[in-house]
Design a protein around this ligand. Structure first.
Ligand code: MN
Length: 185
């Protein structure tokens, strides 16, 4: 809904950017480096840099994966990978929702590509699958924010309903593009 998205982008995402800029000032490893680099060495950085760099990276990606609800459907590359790894789209959605429900506290759910295979993973806080510290590493093609700030105004404690509604606003075209750019990674 409009208010959630305005607060999410204008306040929460902005705070990650502002706090990242503050956190890198006095850090020789982090200042003057780009965001991709900070993500790749997140485990070696102070928590304030890791959390806010992750926050900026994850939200910047998340916005590109959303689109107005127009009944759009997954593309052919994605479906091929889903059938290969999960057997059906319903099974994929079920596993994705399960990962979202099992994430205790705050974090993210991901669909990642690793060795040309589609996997579902989840990270705590603002970590992501590109970080050196990630339990399950890979190239993210789909991301869902399961922090309460992402859904609380409309869904309150009903995270499952928020996850279900997410499928109405997925930008499947962008996911096809990300699968293409994952080739060779
Ligand atoms: Mn968020």
């Amino acid at each position: 809904d409009k208010m959630t998205m305005e607060i999410h982008y204008g306040k929460h995402h902005k705070a990650y950017v502002d706090n990242l800029n503050k956190a890198i000032v006095d850090n020789d490893k982090a200042k003057d480096r780009n965001l991709d680099f900070l993500i790749s060495i997140a485990g070696q950085l102070p928590l304030a840099v890791r959390n806010n760099a992750g926050g900026h990276y994850n939200h910047s990606l998340f916005w590109t994966l959303l689109a107005p609800a127009k009944g759009q459907q997954p593309g052919s590359k994605f479906m091929e990978m889903v059938i290969g790894s999960f057997g059906s789209l319903d099974k994929f959605k079920e596993e994705f929702a399960k990962a979202g429900m099992q994430r205790f506290g705050s974090g993210w759910v991901w669909a990642i590509i690793k060795n040309n295979k589609l996997l579902i993973s989840s990270t705590p806080n603002q970590d992501n699958p590109l970080m050196d510290v990630a339990e399950s590493k890979g190239y993210p093609i789909l991301a869902l924010d399961v922090w309460e700030h992402a859904y609380y105004l409309k869904y309150q404690n009903l995270r499952a309903d928020y996850i279900k509604a997410f499928w109405n606003v997925v930008n499947w075209d962008e996911i096809e593009k990300r699968i293409k750019s994952s080739e060779g990674k």
